[in-house]
Design a protein around this ligand. Structure first.
Ligand code: 4NP
Length: 157
């Protein structure tokens, strides 16, 4: 089976689904669309705190600076069905990867990994949580998720 066939339903996961994973989803969608790929992409949080909310204004701002509108995204929590529906689930950091592993049903078919495992030389690294910091952190997040999405798209074309 071609990589393109198996890497087509991807879920990006952080803690709140308002800062990092919305940007990861957006960076991936943007580049996958540009590459003409057919895919399914979504993002979710392991926590329930922000369900239904728009992405953090700082995430919306950094995406907008790069011409990507994420204002239509709404936060949701990871659910059991995600582990069967998606082929790949990418966690932003180790804590969220561990939570995903602990919640995974016995019959899960998705492959779990860290997002930055996609980037040669950055395997095992986390996309740092920018929530409690300044806007500079969001620029770092955007750079990280853009780079990872670029490698993901590169594996799918
Ligand atoms: P995210 O960032 O996991 O990248 O969406 C956070 C969002 C909210 C909180 C923590 C991190 N919070 O504590 O509410």
């Amino acid at each position: 089976m071609e990589v393109a066939d198996v890497l087509n339903r991807v879920l990006f996961v952080c803690l709140g689904n308002i800062c990092r994973s919305p940007l990861a989803e957006a960076a991936f969608r943007h580049q996958a669309d540009a590459a003409g790929l057919s895919f399914e992409a979504d993002s979710a949080g392991t926590a329930h705190w922000h369900i239904g909310k728009q992405p953090d204004p700082r995430s919306q701002q950094i995406a907008a600076q790069f011409g990507v509108d994420i204002s239509g995204q709404r936060a949701r929590q990871v659910m059991e069905e995600d582990f069967r529906r998606f082929t790949h689930i990418f966690a932003m950091d180790h804590e969220n990867l561990e939570v995903l592993q602990s919640r995974a049903p016995m019959d899960m078919t998705a492959e779990l990994s860290l997002l930055l495992d996609l980037v040669p030389g950055r395997e095992g690294e986390a996309v740092g949580d920018p929530y409690y910091g300044g806007e500079k952190g969001f620029a770092v997040t955007w750079r990280d998720v853009w780079e990872a999405a670029n490698h993901l798209v590169g594996r799918m074309v």
